[in-house]
Design a binder for this molecule. Structure first.
Ligand code: URA
Length: 196
């Protein structure tokens, strides 16, 4: 069962957060959102320009591709929850720094506890690396690791992680779009095989 009260608390704390310098340059923080009807959690990297302006995850071009990929396997945002490793936009969309990631991590950790997802889908290398470190999954580079399910027994119970590329990477390298389409078909098969 999802602890929506805790999810709301996390959201409020993210809105007030000053744990790292990104709060000085953000327009809006982006805690995450989604109806989570199917119990699937998507983790991206960090808000971009449009997300920072709207306070919502994946609302730019990468978000359009993500919506299309979700719809290709019969899912909508009501079925999933979408968040990021960082809740605030790094200036000019630069990579997150290790200190920003460690300052922001408690929010994502608490979101995972509160949601208790059946499946975590990581989008891009930062979310994959974060998840490997947090759940003791041996790290392999994303191009080798993608498209497979990783299962880890943790204090939180069984954690299932499925890494794929970041939709923004697929917008830059068109050949990745087809790889992501295949990965999403695999996500559909995994979800169909999960207990209700
Ligand atoms: N890229 C991300 O990683 N997250 C977003 O929310 C938008 C773009």
């Amino acid at each position: 069962m999802v602890d929506w009260e805790e999810m709301r608390r996390i959201e409020e704390e993210v809105h007030r957060c000053v744990r790292c310098p990104l709060h000085k340059t953000r327009t809006n923080p982006v805690p995450g959102e989604g109806g989570f009807r199917k119990g699937i959690l998507f983790i991206g990297e960090a808000p971009g320009k449009n997300e920072d302006l709207q306070g919502r995850p994946f609302v730019g071009r990468a978000g359009k591709l993500l919506d299309e990929l979700l719809s290709s396997i019969g899912l909508t945002r009501e079925d999933v929850y979408i968040t990021n490793v960082l809740k605030c936009r790094p200036p000019n969309n630069r990579d997150p720094t290790p200190s920003e990631i460690s300052a922001c991590s408690p929010y994502l950790e608490r979101q995972i506890v509160a949601l208790s997802p059946k499946l975590i889908v990581t989008l891009g290398r930062f979310a994959w690396a974060w998840t490997c470190e947090r759940f003791g999954i041996p790290y392999r580079k994303l191009s080798d690791a993608r498209g497979k399910l990783y299962i880890s027994s943790t204090l939180l119970g069984t954690i299932r992680v499925f890494p794929t590329f970041h939709p923004a990477a697929a917008l830059r390298r068109k050949e990745l779009v087809d790889v992501m389409r295949e990965d999403f078909q695999e996500i559909r098969r995994i979800v169909e095989g999960l207990p209700p």
